[in-house]
Design a protein around this ligand. Structure first.
Ligand SMILES: *[C@@H]1O[C@H](CO)[C@@H](O)[C@H](O)[C@H]1NC(C)=O
Ligand SMILES: *[C@@H]1O[C@H](CO)[C@@H](O)[C@H](O)[C@H]1NC(C)=O
Ligand SMILES: *[C@@H]1O[C@H](CO)[C@@H](O)[C@H](O)[C@H]1NC(C)=O
Length: 439
């Protein structure tokens, strides 16, 4: 364009005679016609100018053109730097800004109603519904998240006593208590108890029938909790199960409807993190091998390794391995989940997740690939090669991101900030908006 314009202007400035102008105009028309002819011919032959040809003739046009037509070309290149900045800002989050804004809305608006059994101290089964008096009792161990959720909810600003303003209704039975109650105990009896309870509240209150249970939820950390809903189709199909054993591969777990709950070990103390340079072992796993092919394979492959430490019965104190290793292996046992994942986070050790079809907690907010390694169970023999191939820089970036997400795997009573309780509540918030029948 610039060339053509200067050509046209130059002659008009220097040659003012009419005949010369006429000759020039004629020439211009002729040249234009010839170019048009070439253009049409190239279309006829299907030889449209390539992006590179257009690019070499007119950089401005090419950029616009290729940006629209092919993202990996010039236009794409222009987009890369800003994409990189976004990644750095979001870090371990898919989109921190969107999440943080929506989270603020949730904190202002979300309301949860709890059925009164949580407060009633009457009846021989009252304990099943009450908050646990001592969740840090060592006997609770792995299942403490279930109790901490309830205790945090009771102290949170999200609870309401007005069911009309509630987005969700909490069914406060404890699967952990049911499991420990001799009168109930078996999976079958737990499922009967739970089904009867749902029938009871659907008769006493109008809320269940208004949505067929779709705005109701229950929380459990014991894997038998999954079976708890098995004898009540609406409870199973519609209500939300908030569970530690969230596996795409298990019956009675429904991905996208149900919610993965972080499983944590009851731990009050907080120690300073061992920095990356003080971690001289590559990887660590300690845990019962029984019932787990994956763990057996780990032991067979790396049982005598000096970089990767795998123990059935650890000679170290359990925490020591987490403190001195860069990577900590979370290998499927009987279930996809164990508290080992949040143990690794607690001690600043990058989790290596060898647990297929685990619906990882908060995966719609957190980009797990930024602070953990996900390995197919079938690729376990490549584990060491894979870990050794991670450059130091990438490891340090993961360590940094892990430090940022640790707060989501901690419970506080009362709940605070972006802790496990509020993150779980946010998962409910994303599932709100259920249509209700009037009553
Ligand atoms: C985009 O450009 C790249 C690189 O030139 C090429 O490999 C790819 O096939 C193009 N894709 C499309 C959809 O044109
Ligand atoms: C809810 O529906 C069930 C089954 O249809 C019925 O037995 C129950 O009485 C209803 N609850 C109320 C509060 O109307
Ligand atoms: C580890 O070494 C011991 C002693 O040499 C041996 O008996 C055992 O089979 C080895 N285990 C593995 C998994 O290689």
């Amino acid at each position: 364009m610039a060339k053509k314009t200067s050509k046209r202007r130059k002659p008009t400035g220097q040659l003012s005679g009419e005949p010369l102008l006429a000759v020039f105009v004629t020439a211009l028309v002729f040249v234009s016609a010839f170019c048009f002819f070439l253009f049409v011919r190239s279309i006829d032959n299907g030889n449209l100018p390539t992006i590179q040809q257009v690019n070499s003739r007119s950089p401005m046009k090419a950029t616009t053109f290729s940006a629209v037509s092919n993202f990996s070309n010039a236009g794409g290149q222009a987009a890369v730097p800003s994409a990189r900045i976004a990644v750095v800002e979001s870090g371990p989050y898919h989109d921190w800004k969107i999440f943080a804004a929506d989270f603020r809305d949730m904190m202002r608006q979300l309301k949860i109603f709890v059925y009164p059994d949580l407060y009633r101290k009457v009846g021989s089964f009252a304990e099943i519904f009450l908050a646990h008096p001592n969740p840090f009792n060592p006997k609770i161990g792995n299942y403490v998240s279930e109790h901490l959720f309830k205790l945090a909810l009771l102290r949170s600003s999200l609870i309401t006593t007005n069911p009309e303003e509630a987005h969700f209704f909490f069914l406060p039975f404890s699967v952990n208590h049911l499991r420990n109650d001799r009168r109930v105990h078996s999976e079958d009896a737990i499922a009967d108890f739970v089904a009867n309870y749902v029938v009871k509240i659907s008769q006493e209150f109008t809320f269940w029938n208004a949505s067929a249970g779709a705005d109701h939820f229950f929380v459990c950390c014991h894997s038998v909790g999954r079976e708890a809903s098995s004898k009540h189709p609406h409870l199973h199909n519609n209500a939300i199960q908030v569970t530690c054993s969230s596996s795409y591969f298990q019956r009675f777990y429904i991905a996208h409807k149900d919610i993965g709950l972080p499983q944590v070990w009851p731990r009050r103390d907080e120690h300073p993190l061992n920095p990356p340079q003080a971690r001289d072992k590559l990887a660590y796993f300690a845990g019962r091998i029984q019932n787990s092919r994956v763990r057996q394979e780990l032991l067979d492959l790396w049982g005598n390794d000096t970089d990767i430490e795998v123990f059935d019965k650890s000679p170290l104190r359990y925490e020591e391995g987490f403190r001195r290793s860069k990577y900590c292996i979370h290998a499927k046992g009987y279930e996809v989940n164990t508290a080992r994942l949040s143990d690794a986070m607690h001690y600043g050790c990058i989790p290596v997740i060898v647990s297929n079809y685990y619906d990882l907690p908060f995966a719609n907010v957190l980009d797990w690939t930024k602070f953990s390694i996900l390995i197919n169970q079938a690729d376990i023999s490549l584990l060491k090669k894979k870990l050794l191939s991670i450059p130091t820089e990438a490891y340090l970036a993961m360590y940094h991101d892990l430090c940022r997400v640790r707060r989501h795997f901690k419970w506080h009573i009362p709940p605070k900030g972006y802790d496990s309780f509020h993150m779980t509540a946010y998962q409910l918030w994303l599932r709100r908006g259920i249509h209700r029948l009037s009553h």
